[in-house]
Design a protein around this ligand. Structure first.
Ligand SMILES: *Cc1c(COP(=O)(O)O)cnc(C)c1O
Length: 428
């Protein structure tokens, strides 16, 4: 392999102590390369993965892991699902990218499907989740200015403390996480946060300029925070009465993760707009969308908004296949039943280190007592035993396997979690 590097142009690189890419063979080589040449915006767990099939992944040294993380729900249907891979390769050979300057023969089918499953009127396809959130915010602001009658430039978006909606400047401006914000300002005006699971706070925060309330049905990044029953129904009623859009960010909770097709269905609180992503890409590629009522979507005219890759036929074909798998394998009810069973199993572990076990469907969190053990320590020990999980906020271990994970695999994982907690309890 020839390389395209120009050693003379790279400053401070006088020796070849860092292996060239083609020489990398061991896990340590890959870790060293990534650390040497990558921006340091991640701190990955030390597993260098090279293969995935169903709920299992294999690292470069041949170790197998059960994937209880599924890339934050992006791999909800498992790795390399044969039907999704087939749709991907067939479409990649046929036609992958056209831009929206032309129609293609896959996107319209996806748009129809997305409106059918959400019960909403129109969908706007983009690539990543944050793009879909940005799209929702732009739609809400324009709706406020052009339809609701808010004075130009005054529209306000309300979100919840502890939210995670992505990493753009505007979305970061809505974040209450100090690290996510630090150094990235100034942020746009018109952004406000209120406590999660607090309908009275929403009622109080709404003013004449409020455009939308943006909310995750279950807060993921915050530590799998499940609101009380009826929360979204209350929000729905308040938003309707005060003429404010209710927009649910279902990027992580959507497509069966919480045991319903959408998280909002737990309370039957149909929103005005829904944001989809992650699992919609079938574990293959980013496919996201903002789906909303006609009343909201009417604000977009040709040229108002767009994305070169958004709505590409490859992504549309993959998303259609993913939605087919979701239905064919009855993964929504599977998530509900298996999730309820797993929650019981985890609650029965009865460890003194565990403060709380919570979740909906196959979207679960185990909260540990930080004075005794950190979530990262538990996650590291699970990794050593062949289980991928992820810590969040120092105290919560998130468990979100592919929705088609075999029950026996979860049973085995519960035993490993019990052993890890026991080891940590006895200080071994
Ligand atoms: C991951 C996530 C996003 C952002 O999606 P990206 O594809 O990473 O941009 C937005 N909202 C929620 C709830 C998410 O979990």
């Amino acid at each position: 392999m020839t390389t395209l590097t120009h050693p003379g142009l790279r400053s401070g690189q006088s020796d070849l102590s860092v292996a060239a890419p083609e020489a990398a063979r061991t896990a340590a080589d890959y870790v060293r390369l990534e650390r040497a040449y990558g921006a340091r915006n991640y701190d990955p767990l030390p597993a260098v993965l090279s293969r995935g099939e169903g709920s299992w992944v294999t690292d470069v040294e041949g170790r197998r892991y059960l994937d209880l993380m599924s890339a934050y729900s992006a791999v909800s249907f498992g790795h390399a699902h044969p039907k999704i891979v087939a749709a991907f390769t067939e479409q990649a050979h046929r036609l992958a990218v056209t831009s929206r300057a032309y129609y293609n023969d896959r996107l319209p089918l996806l748009l129809e499907r997305l409106t059918a499953i959400t019960g909403l009127d129109r969908a706007l396809p983009v690539n990543t989740g944050l793009e879909a959130v940005e799209t929702a915010i732009k739609a809400a602001r324009k709706w406020a200015h052009k339809v609701k009658g808010v004075a130009e430039g005054r529209a306000e978006i309300i979100a919840c403390r502890g939210n995670f909606h992505g990493r753009s400047i505007t979305i970061t401006g809505l974040s209450t996480e100090a690290q996510y914000r630090d150094g990235f300002g100034p942020y746009p005006p018109g952004l406000k946060t209120i406590p999660f699971d607090d309908p009275a706070a929403l009622e109080a925060a709404i003013g004449p300029d409020t455009a939308a309330f943006l909310v995750e049905p279950v807060q993921g990044e915050a530590g799998i925070v499940v609101p009380r029953d009826g929360y979204l129904a209350r929000c729905r009623e308040i938003c309707a009465r005060r003429r404010v859009l209710l927009i649910c960010d279902e990027v992580q909770t959507g497509l069966g993760r919480t045991g319903h097709l959408f998280g909002w269905q737990h309370d039957g609180a149909k929103p005005d707009g829904v944001i989809l992503g992650k699992a919609l890409g079938g574990g293959m590629m980013p496919v996201s969308a903002f789906v909303a009522t006609d009343d909201v979507m009417q604000v977009f005219h040709p040229g108002d908004h767009g994305s070169t890759f958004g709505g590409n036929p490859l992504g549309a074909a993959v998303a259609l296949a993913a939605l087919e798998v979701l239905e064919d394998e009855r993964l929504v009810s599977r998530s509900r039943e298996l999730g309820a069973w797993l929650l019981d199993q985890l609650r029965a572990l009865d460890s003194t280190l565990v403060v709380d076990v919570r979740g909906r469907g196959l979207f679960l969190g185990i909260e540990v007592d930080p004075k005794r053990v950190t979530a990262r320590q538990v996650v590291d020990r699970l990794l050593a035993r062949g289980i991928l999980s992820k810590d969040t906020h120092g105290t919560v271990i998130r468990i979100a396997p592919p929705l088609n994970v075999p029950r026996e695999a979860l049973s085995w994982a519960v035993g490993e979690i019990r052993d890890v907690l026991r080891e940590a309890e006895t200080g071994r």
